[in-house]
Each structure stands twice: as structure tokens, then as C-alpha cells.
Write a new protein. Sequence first.
Lengths: 467, 278
Amino acid sequence: MILDQGLRRLRGILLAPGTIIVLICLVILFCAIGILIPQTLYRGQEYYERLHVLYPRLTWFIETAGLDHIFGSIWFLAVTAVIGFALFLTVIDQFSRLIRRKKMNGIVSGEGCGVSAVIHSASETDVHDMASSIRPILMETGYRIIQFHAGNSRFSAVALKGGAGEWGMAVFHLGLLIVLLAAIWSMLFYSRGFAQIMLGETIKGAPSDWLVQDGGLLAGKLNTGFAIRLDEMKVEYWSNGQKKQIESRLTVKTANGEETSLPLSVSSPLSYKGVTIYQSMDIGYAVTIVLEPPDHRAISTDFLLKQPAQQTTLTGKMDFPTTPYVFGIKLYPDAEKPSHFLTDPVIDLTVWKDDDIQYSGRIPLGTGVLIDGNTVYFTDVRYWTGVIVITGYAIEAVIAGFIIMLSGLFLHYFIVPKYILLHMERLNVSDYRLSIFGRSPLGPTAMELDFALIQDRLKNNFHVLQN
Amino acid sequence: MTPLLRYEYLLNWAGIIFYISATIAFVYAVFFENPRKLSSGMVLTMSGLALHSVAIALRWYESGHGPYLNRFEGISSSVWMLLVIYLIVAFKLDKLKPLGLVVLPAGLLLLAAGLLNTPEIEYLPPTFHTIWLIIHIFFNKLALGSILLAIACAVFYLKKEAGWASTIAHRLPDIATLDIYTYRLCGFAFVFWTITIIAGAIWAHKSWGRYWGWDPIETWSVITWLVFGLYMHMRRFRGLKGRKAALFIIICFLFVIATLFIIPFITKTIHTEYLISS
């Protein structure tokens, strides 16, 4: 019983308008913190390492309170959970009220107003005839009559228009709840990885293939379950060298040997067996260099150079694995570049060993040079592309939630519910007093137009003596 | 600058001249109580809008994409949408014509500020080849137009409540109706802002593989959305009406301005790289 009372009290608190307003303000506060205090999501951990040197106490406070990653902090998660629960109760409550109200013949909420008039009929009429004349007027004004009663000397009608609009906010909150639940699911279970694949290369989709990987709190390591091979790649440029479109063709191969060829381009991801693959904007050329030491145990390495735009020189400086050398490469992929070898790509190569330059010169494709007793060959150049692989994002649920939210907003703002109670009382054989009371969530102003329309139609059919 | 862009530049400035003239007409109509000048203001606004429309069309033809890629294009199309919405509302509800006194100066100042940016043609990056961009930007501009009209109603509400009595004041709806119009226009702004966020999230998901990343622009847009939501809840449950509601709407508007015209140009993220680069 105490538990029951406690749950009821909790329910009352969560459904209270004041609580909703406080929760909205809290989320605004968290968002403001996320903007005012640099987040590691965008600035990186290095920012706070530098800040720690300058302001150790402030940095300690920010990091301890989780303000540097507010949207993943325990505070934000707690508020989100409370909002989710309050939203759930709100949706239940709103739908229950609407269903109860519908059973009570759909009385609409809102401020009311009324008009009255005395109507004179040219000929003697009884109540039923009068009611039959009034009924079509209501229907022409768009009202659906939900109750109608005609007696000996009076009749009354209850009519409703735009009743669907009353459901708008309930439907909107339901959609919002679905989006929130889908977002929480994604936050817990999503996995995301980024890999660089050279033309003709295959990656297994295993955790070791991802250059960058992150995931939700309960997500495991990302494993696609199938291999991915880059078969084709095409890059289009605008006249100023800016990228216009990047298109790839991938072959995905499952463990049982099933192969499927799929196209991929920017903003057109592909989905395969629950995994979504995106074409990254990061592309470039991979330069293959073979280093052959005197013992002829050749070592081959691919250097991936990034190309921000067409006709920009690709440069990179990196270690040559398992050797003491650092290679600085400048690649000219196009025949248009300044080159003694007009038809072949060339690289300008600089090689360091212990900060001393061992070699600096130009090497065309397919040729080699002697560097510090080793023969270094420039053997291949080909495209590479970045791919982003994602699982567990529940995007379908998010989109469903969005559609429901929009439906609710449409119902609420574009279908205005209006309720009319019409009462007519016979004064004598041809005179009737007509009273119309109307109510709408938008208040009396929303009813004025309908009252004016009804009065106009009454005037067409009867003589209105006084308003 | 190509010949077409030169014409575009001249047409934009010609449009501004008409907008200035329309502003003068509205100011004259309101402060010198000459309602006939309202019609002059409307005609001048339509003339300026016609020139502005041709300028946008020329730029669209020259660049091969709509007016949404850099600062200038974004501001220009926002002003265009604002004035179209104002004209539609003013023709449907004759009493709201005086809103031009607020709408026109806002529009022409924005457009002039936009022209101060170098309006070079830029090319669409690969992530912009999607219908969701169009939907996102279109409803964003509808939201801006709606909130600006709501502000205009709120301003006139405050003036009338403070005792403003003039021929123009009598032409405007009564303060209760102005309050309702403010609420309705805010409601439309809330709907359009919601669609903007949704379309943006779907576009981000298709392009970047994530529908929400707490990017500063995304965060500011959700703050603005929540502030609108707060207004709706306060109105519904706390009876927020009249003067307090009008002042609250002005606060909502400040958030809109921050989200659309300040944050995108001072933060550098994946969301803003094309705006910053221009």
C-alpha cells in the first residue's frame, strides 16, 4: 500500500506541468554547458591536457564533473532517463484522457464563447421542421453532429469539427518517446569504424581493420561478418578542383563465399546484413614502395596520401616499417604536373635516417634508386578510399518516431478542434430563440468565423430578429 | 565576376532600394497615421521582391544549385522567404499589413549584410547532393519567416497594450487577437523548426553516418526548439499570455538569431565548414 501510494505520488510528480517545465529547462542548461565548455568530442583530449597545465584546478573540476563530455555524462543520462519515463507516463495519460473523452462524445477543451438570436420563420413551423433546417447548416459549416435531441418545444445539438486535432499532442509525444528510446538504444549499442581500403584490396571487417573505432556503452568490437573489397573508384571534380562526387564499387564476401557487388557514393550509403557502409570524403593515392636490402629480403609498404582537392600535390611523411628510415613523399599523380616524365606519375622522395638526409630526388613509377645500400623501388600508385561502417543505430525507429511526431504536429496545428452546443427554444408558432455556445483550444477568436458562417446561413433561410 | 553575376549584384541592390522605399512608406503610414501608404509599402515590397527573385534565379542558373551554399546565398534566400510569407499573410489578413514596419527593415538589413560578404559562386560538395538538404533549408527559412512575423505581432501587441492609439493601431486586430496570432505563428515556427531538425538529422545520417553528434549548430538548434517547447508548455499550463508571452517570444527570437546567424559563422565544425570557408 505504501508502495502503491509512493508510485502514485511519483506519477503525479512526473506528470505535473511544473516538472515538465523544469525538465525542459534542465536539458536547455545541459545543452548550454555543452556549448560554453569545450567538449572533448570536438576539441579532443589534447585540449584538456594543455588546459591542465594552465588551469589545473579548473580542469580538474570540469573533468571530475564530466562537463567536458556533458552529453555522455551521468547527469545527462539521468535527466534523459527521467524525461523518458515522464514522457512515457504523459503519453499513457494523454491517450487515456482522449479515449475517455471520446466516449463522452468528444467534449473539446478550451475557452468558450456564445451567441444568441431570435429567429423568425416565415411560416408556422414545428420544432422538428426547425431542427431539420438547422441540421444541414451545421453540416455545411463542417461540423459533425454527435448528439441531437428534438422535443416538443425545444431541440439541442452537439457538433464537433476537427476532432482529430485533439489527438495531435498525444501523437507528437508518442513520436518523441520513440525517438528518445531509439536514441538511447543507439547510444548503448552502436558500433562505428573507419577503414582505408586501396583499390583491389580486401579487408575482413574484423576489429583489427579499423583505423578508428568507437561504440556504445554495451557494444562489442565492430565485426561486419563479411569481407569488403574495393573494385572500382571514380572521383569527379568541379572546374576549381573541388570534389564533386566520389563513387566506389565494393564487393562484399560472406564466410560461405557468397559475393555481392554494390555501388557506394557520398550521401548514398549501402546496407548489407544489418551493416551500413558510407563513402567517406577522405580519399587519396596509395604509393607502393619496395625496399630491398643487400640480403634481398624485400619489404613492401603502402604509403596512403590524402588528396583534399584535384591538382593538389599529395604529400606525406612517415616511417618505413621495420627500418630506421623516415620517408617524405611528394606525389604528382597527373601528367599535367611539372615532371620530366610526362606520361608517368613521379614521386619526389626524401629519406632520413637519424635526422640525416640519406636521399633526396625524383623517382618515376617503375624505377628504383640506391639509398644507403638498399634499393628502393617505386612500384605502384592506386586510389584508396575511406569507408565508414556502422551497426546498431536503430535509424528505422528514429525515422518512424519522426514521422509520428510530424503527424502529431500536423494534427495539432492544422486541424483545430471546435465544439458547438446549439440550443433552440420555441417562443411562439414562428419565433425561436437560438443559442450557440462554442469552444476551441484556440479560444473565442477561433469560433468567430464559424459563428459568422452559421449566422449568414441562418439569415439565408430565416429572418433573424435580434442578435 | 561573370556578366550574369554582375546583373545579379545590381538587381540585389535595386531590390534593396525598393525595400528601403517600402520601409519609408510603412514608417510614414504608421507614425504619420496615413493608412494609404500601407498599400504603397506593399507595392514597393512586391517590386523589390520581384527584382530580388530575378537576382536569385540568375545566381541559381549560373551556379547550378539553389541559394544555400554560402553566407550570402543563405541570407538572401532567408530574406526572400520572409518577405514572401509576409506578403501572403498580409494579403490574407489585411489587418496585419502594418507588420511590414518590422519585417521590411529586418529583411533589408539582413540582405545588405549578406551583400557585404563576397558573393562568389561556390560548387556543391558531394554531401550536398540530396533532397534532404532542400527540405532542411526550405523549412528552416519557413521557420525564420514565421518567427519574424510572430515577433512583429508581439511588438505591436506591446505597443497597443502600452496605449498606442492611432489610425493604424485601430486597423490592427485587437490585442487578444494579436496574442492569438503570435501564438499561432509561433506554433507554425515550432512545426517548421521541428521539420528542419528532422530533415537535418536524416541528411546527416545519410552523409556522415550519424544523425546526431551534438555539433554546436545542432545543439543550438535543439536549444531553440526546446525554448519554443517551453513557450508552448508555459502557455498551455501556466496561462502565459499577453505581455509576458510577447516578451518570451522576443527571447525565443534571440535564440533563433543566434542559431542561424551567429553560431554558424563563429564555430568550425563539419556542419559549418562550407559557410566558414566562404
